[in-house]
Design a protein around this ligand. Structure first.
Ligand code: ADP
Length: 472
């Protein structure tokens, strides 16, 4: 006789130090992988989530995995994800206490933060004064100069006429870069090699800035030929505690947009790391910064570094820092916004091992043209040390309306060599069919001697693409 197997009801005891959720309900004013990333953090903290979505995103994963969802308008961002009254109404209707803005969209919009405040909704980020100060790049530079932070040599504020541009360039020395003060995402920049081409480039930069950002204010800087982009992750709470989470290396860029990020950077010594990170904390302190932020620097060949800009939000590349520090930046953002103290001190922050992130874009990998469409087959890599941040799934449709970044593949190893080996095998087992992606390009970069040796600058992709063109 076989004894019937009785099912036992397993009572799972509460974790001994389970924390009170910082909020009851949070609305995520974003889409795609970052909306999902925030939802995951909320789930771990026991926070209810509200997704907002455009008509094009009705079937998105962030909608599926949130506890509640509200459609906020048609596909164009201006009518949905940037539509402040709709986002606020969604928060009010659902009773969300706080809004996480992710990156892009409303994340650095000081006016939006003011509206949140006026409606009694907690904005998960710094206050509007800080966002205004740092969002305008020319003004941010002036603030940083006053705080004693080394700046990229350049114009003293905005450059309002061609004559002024010429005089500035003369003083700075060519090549120079004309940059939109309201710029972002690698747009609104023009590099200029001599006085002959400056007038035309100056005007193009201004008119482009006007179209892209609705603001044609520009400033100028010395253009460094082969710098490295090094940035420092900052976290601060409402009680004046500010710590850094180490640096990220973001020099692999195409058209001034990051493609691959790493932490730590192989380009700096421990001594330089400490100086850059201390400078970043000083910069953040100068503006009374709180929540998550990033201070971006350019590093020249002599080891001098210069402040470039500050991003007052979570960055796309935050996972590499999370992997090496073990700190969950998004959960920390939520706690800070709820008025909790940082859960760690500077002494607790240790960069252990190495992490690399490849941004997988739905683009033709050789021409970089967007490639929206339906995912017909999909396999995400797994195994030790691999993390995939994405909202993609089999049969998902990537709309043409938004950013083409569809996944972030992150590899962690005890050292860079192991992280690279893991990234290679992860790329080899990543299957995305139906749309073209930049994965094959990343696979090639992972095998390139310059990338393996770490000997690259922000210029490197240009040379590499030319190499690839010549091969084909
Ligand atoms: P955005 O806000 O659009 O990302 P950034 O000011 O952060 O613009 O610059 C993006 C990238 O452009 C940098 O990482 C760097 O590669 C390049 N860049 C910007 N300013 C300079 C400069 N003065 N010299 C050399 N490269 C620069």
């Amino acid at each position: 006789m076989t004894a019937a197997i009785k099912r036992k009801t397993l009572k799972v005891p509460a974790a001994p130090h389970a924390e009170e959720p910082p909020f009851k309900k949070v609305l995520i004013a974003n889409r795609g992988e970052i909306a999902l990333r925030v939802i995951l953090a909320c789930k771990e903290l026991g926070i209810q989530t509200v997704a907002v979505y455009s008509e094009a995103d009705r079937n998105s994963l962030h909608v599926r995995f949130a506890d509640e969802e509200v459609c906020i308008g048609p596909a164009p961002s201006a009518k949905s994800y940037l539509n402040i009254p709709q986002v606020i109404a969604a928060a009010e209707v659902t009773g969300a206490e706080a809004i996480h803005p992710g990156y892009g969209f409303l994340s650095e919009n000081a006016y939006f933060v003011e509206v949140c405040q006026a409606c009694g909704i907690n904005f998960i980020g710094p206050n509007p004064e800080i966002i205004r100060k740092m969002g305008n790049k020319a003004q941010a530079k002036a603030t940083m100069q006053a705080a004693g932070i080394p700046l990229m040599p350049g114009s003293d504020g905005l450059v309002e006429t061609v004559d002024e541009a010429l005089a500035n360039a003369e003083q700075i020395g060519y090549p120079v870069i004309v940059k939109a003060s309201a710029g972002g995402g690698g747009r609104g920049m023009r590099i200029c090699n001599n006085a002959e081409e400056l007038p035309e480039l100056y005007h193009t930069a201004r008119s482009e800035a006007k179209i892209a950002f609705g603001d044609d204010a520009v400033y100028m800087e010395k253009y460094l030929l082969e710098p490295r982009h090094i940035e420092v992750q900052i976290m601060g709470d409402l009680y004046g505690n500010i710590v850094h989470l180490g640096e990220r290396e973001c020099s692999i860029q195409r058209r001034h947009q990051k493609l691959i990020e790493e932490s730590p950077s192989g380009a700096i010594t421990q001594e330089l790391r400490e100086r850059i990170c201390a400078m970043a904390v000083k910069a953040a302190r100068a503006v009374g910064y709180y929540n998550a932020g990033t201070i971006e620097f350019l590093l020249d060949k002599r080891g001098d570094f210069f402040f470039m800009e500050m991003n007052t939000r979570v960055q796309v590349e935050h996972p590499v820092t999370e992997m090496v520090t073990g700190i969950d930046i998004v959960k920390e953002q939520l706690r800070i916004a709820a008025g909790q103290r940082l859960t760690f001190t500077q002494a607790d922050v240790v960069q252990r091992g190495h992490a690399i992130e490849c941004r997988i874009n739905a683009e033709d990998p050789w021409k970089f043209t967007p490639c929206p469409g339906r995912i017909t087959a999909l396999n995400f890599p797994g195994g030790p040390g691999i993390r995939v941040d994405t909202a993609m799934y089999q049969d998902a449709v990537i709309p043409p309306t938004y950013d083409s970044m569809v996944a972030k593949l992150i590899a962690y190893g005890n050292n860079r060599t192991e992280a690279l080996a893991r990234m290679r095998r992860a790329l080899d087992t990543l299957v995305i069919e139906g749309v073209k992606t930049t994965a094959p390009l990343h696979r090639k970069i992972m095998d390139h001697p310059d990338f393996i040796s770490g000997g690259f600058s922000t210029k490197w992709m240009e040379t590499f693409m030319a190499e690839l063109d010549a091969e084909r």
